[in-house]
Design a protein around this ligand. Structure first.
Ligand SMILES: Cc1cc2nc3c(=O)[nH]c(=O)nc-3n(C[C@H](O)[C@H](O)[C@H](O)COP(=O)(O)O)c2cc1C
Length: 314
């Protein structure tokens, strides 16, 4: 049957799946592994640490002949970072969270397709007005940062209806081929997947993180600003992060404004020098193993085809 979509045609890939550009953990090895599996591999450029990016982009370029891209946090970068990455000619550049107005035209002018991840209809409209080549509709089930208003199931078709000919990817809550098939049924041209690829052999995470992702259930996750406030992460308040709930989230839930003022509590948290929070979406429920990302992409594609055939036998 094959899963040819506007996404696969735009990038010359065979599977309509991209990994999320997860800052710090989606490095060159993960991007190359996803691309080798037939998807669109993405490096998580986050806030634009150029030394890290240089290393990871070099690794991706050495590891695969297939196309791969780089993603950034719009609120945390400046145009110099965009110019730097454009000069290195990745196959795609993605922007999430914040205002990409300055960045999208610059990348498009260089002839590189731009993906913009959006969390509500206003952001979707702005991304389309800017000329985004692909819009990624992220629902609140998603792992990591995002909006909390929309769920993926209604948000994706709403953005598809707005987008006309512009391809839309579904993000949030997709960890197996059934989810990929559902995204296609909603009118998306594919899926952008984070949590499932965080639990892959190539993600740059400690083995305790992989184990915790296998052990966690979807009901253990919660979207909250608490950990960002405690660690002084300066994330815009409209993008709380979904993590596996911990004692800090339990303690400060509903008291975020108080926590912003409580510098002693923030200092105490930073003095503990804890690792990063365990960012994970509700789809963590579906993750029972750690696999190579190349194998995962192939499985997701096969499962999606089977799910679609099961749903539409004729
Ligand atoms: C561990 C983790 C880190 C993430 N970091 C980023 C990031 O740096 N930039 C970004 O655009 N999205 C990031 N995201 C969000 C993804 O782009 C995507 O919306 C989300 O993973 C989709 O939902 P899923 O986790 O249910 O697949 C992250 C997600 C996770 C799970």
């Amino acid at each position: 049957m094959g899963l040819t979509t506007a996404l696969t045609e735009m990038f010359g890939v065979t599977v309509p799946i991209a990994n999320a550009p997860m800052g710090g953990s989606a490095g060159g090895a993960l991007a190359a592994a996803v691309s080798d599996g037939g998807g669109l591999g993405m490096i998580g450029g986050g806030r634009g640490d150029l030394a890290w990016l240089d290393r990871e982009m070099t690794l991706a370029a050495r590891s695969t002949e297939k196309p791969w891209g780089v993603g950034f946090l719009s609120w945390a970068i400046d145009i110099a970072v965009v110019d730097w990455v454009v000069e290195r000619r990745p196959a795609a550049v993605m922007f999430s969270f914040g205002n990409p107005d300055l960045f999208v035209p610059r990348v498009r002018a260089a002839g590189i397709p731009v993906l913009v991840q959006v969390t509500d209809l206003d952001e979707a409209g702005r991304a389309l007005d800017l000329g985004a080549d692909v819009v990624i509709a992220q629902g609140g089930e998603a792992g990591g940062h995002g909006g909390s208003g929309w769920a993926t199931l209604p948000f994706v078709p709403a953005v598809v209806d707005m987008a006309g000919p512009t391809p839309v990817l579904a993000a949030g809550g997709i960890a197996d081929g059934r989810g990929v098939g559902a995204a296609l049924v909603l009118g998306a041209a594919g899926a952008l997947i984070g949590t499932r690829f965080q639990a892959s052999a190539e993600a740059l995470v400690a083995s305790e993180v992989s184990k915790a992702l296998v052990d966690a259930g979807g009901a253990d996750t919660e979207r909250s600003r608490v950990t960002d406030i405690l660690r002084g992460a300066r994330w815009p308040s409209r993008y709380p992060a979904r993590t596996v709930r911990d004692e800090h989230v339990e303690r400060w839930r509903g008291r975020e404004d108080e926590l912003v003022e409580d510098l002693a509590a923030q200092r105490a948290f930073r003095a503990e020098k804890r690792g990063l929070p365990l960012w994970a979406g509700q789809s963590v429920e579906l993750i029972t193993n750690i696999r190579s990302a190349t194998e995962l992409v192939a499985r997701l594609a096969d499962e999606a085809e089977s799910a679609l055939i099961r749903a539409y036998p004729n």
